[in-house]
Write a protein that binds this ligand. Structure first.
Ligand SMILES: Cc1ncc(COP(=O)(O)O)c(C=O)c1O
Length: 483
């Protein structure tokens, strides 16, 4: 890395003059604005080899400081320039992160005031915002007044937190013979969370889903009955409100009835799809989402927040505190009265940043109406993709547009399924190489399929049409090569 060390005096207080700080701030704002303004013209995928990257950052810890502006320029070129743009309108892989400008600059506000949302004593204002933002989410999904939760790092931590509450509440933390049920389509963070909590394969029933990739209630019923017959302790069902693979929503109303009748905890992983509940169509698809015992919902996915904000909601907020409260003596000054919510007693983290502010402020600035339209638009884009794909005999729609996700496969006569797998895999590689758009592949019913997730509100119908046309072009070329 090309360093331009300055011979400035040591800055013992790590501070700057008001003018310097303004200058630095404007520089960062300019860079972010430029990013938002020109993203369409940027390549979607930028990735360098390990040796190139290592060379860029190979330097000893700098003893002398550099000029701020120079470091920012280096970051823009070498760091940001070697990443994919998850916020690009033609980034359709995995789960895109469209972000929004308000939350991006609120991140600077959060860091600037360095608010800790640990205890009421330290940050009653921030706790008030977190309570309000969590209440908004809770109301959106239709949970009762006593429900509540907190912001965490993302869907994985939200799931882990909810699973810990279920274990504490249902088993008093005794995992012996305890059994958990979920479908093979459930996100891997559930299994990871269970592992962290001391559950292993013998505690887990991964059920084959029905033809539409939903939890099959009959299979669930039979498996639970068999486990009870064998003297085991069924205690938890995990369902999905929008699977990562196909956007499928498990039958939440039926699952809730079943869990109630069997005395089982129902956790729903809505990290990806639950946000769609604010739209008319989403509310219908997510029917029953308010009946859960706990729910994960990720603002850094379909609520357009910068990465690092998920949320866990529990039907009875007190259960979070029952699970996580430990009151050390060195915090005794902060242990207040019951109405003073100390968020560190409700989850895993003690020192917590003020994630709630970006979500809360973006809702205040845009209004829920804009978010509703943005989410509806994303669902409409996947439906448009389905329409385009259905018109060509070269594509088979594998799973229809559901909550902004569609899967499809390049098909042609005279090729074995194995060879079609190769073509489909290579189509993804060709698009990655081209950098016009980025899509990903997955495996459905043992076959390699293409998958597009279309939740970026800045994506246009033309983006969808041009991307599919290019994918088809790559398929035709590959077909010729491989025939
Ligand atoms: C359905 C679902 N659950 C959980 C997660 C994990 O969330 P995170 O990556 O924020 O930890 C994801 C991530 O894509 C997801 O799609």
């Amino acid at each position: 890395m090309n360093r331009k060390a300055t011979n400035r005096a040591t800055n013992r207080t790590l501070s700057f003059t008001a003018d310097e700080m303004r200058k630095f701030g404007y520089k960062v704002v300019d860079v972010i604005v430029e990013h938002f303004d020109t993203i369409r013209e940027k390549p979607v995928a930028r990735r360098a080899n390990r040796d190139v990257i290592e060379e860029l950052f190979k330097e000893p810890v700098p003893e002398e400081g550099e000029e701020f502006e120079d470091v920012v320029d280096t970051v823009v070129k070498d760091v940001m320039g070697n990443n994919t743009c998850q916020d690009h309108p033609r980034f359709f892989a995995f789960v895109p992160g469209p972000g929004n400008f308000i939350s991006a600059i609120v991140d600077a506000l959060i860091g600037g005031f360095n608010i800790i949302t640990c205890t009421w004593f330290e940050s009653s204002g921030a706790a008030g915002v977190e309570l309000a933002a969590v209440r908004w989410l809770s109301e959106m999904v239709g949970l009762p007044d006593e429900a509540g939760g907190l912001f965490v790092s993302g869907g994985s931590e939200a799931n882990l937190t909810a699973l810990a509450v279920a274990r504490h509440e249902m088993l008093k933390d005794d995992t012996k013979d305890a059994i958990i049920y979920f479908s093979e389509q459930t996100h891997s963070s559930i299994e990871k969370g269970l592992r962290v909590l001391g559950f292993y394969q013998n505690h887990i029933r991964k059920l084959p889903p029905d033809d539409e990739f939903r939890i099959d209630i009959d299979v669930l019923r039979k498996t639970v009955a068999e486990d009870r017959r064998m003297g085991r302790k069924p205690f938890l069902v995990v369902a999905s409100a929008g699977t990562t693979n196909t956007g499928t929503v498990d039958p939440l109303v039926e699952l809730s009835e079943f869990c109630k009748s069997e005395g089982l905890w129902l956790h729903v992983d809505g990290a990806y799809g639950a946000a769609a509940v604010i739209t008319k169509k989403g509310r219908r698809i997510l029917d029953g989402i308010g009946l859960v015992d706990s729910l994960s919902i990720d603002p850094h996915k379909w609520f357009f927040q910068p990465y690092g904000i998920g949320c866990v909601l529990v039907r009875d907020m007190k259960l979070l505190r029952k699970t996580f409260q430990i009151l050390p003596e060195y915090m005794q000054d902060a242990h207040g009265v019951d109405e003073e919510v100390n968020f560190y007693e409700y989850g895993i983290q003690m020192t917590r940043d003020f994630k709630a502010l970006k979500f809360w402020m973006s809702l205040k600035v845009f209004g829920l109406k804009s978010f509703r339209e943005a989410i509806s638009w994303g669902m409409g884009l996947a439906e448009r993709a389905e329409e385009v794909l259905s018109k060509s005999k070269r594509w088979e729609v594998i799973t229809p547009a559901q909550l902004g996700i569609i899967t499809f496969r390049y098909v042609t006569k005279g090729f074995t399924e194995e060879k079609l797998d190769v073509i489909n895999e290579k189509i993804v590689d060709a698009m990655t190489e081209d950098k016009f758009a980025l899509i990903s592949s997955t495996i459905i019913r043992g076959q390699i399929v293409l998958r597009m997730c279309t939740i970026n509100p800045r994506t246009t119908f033309e983006d969808i049409e041009e991307t599919i046309a290019m994918l088809e072009g790559f398929g035709v070329e590959l077909e010729k090569e491989l025939r």
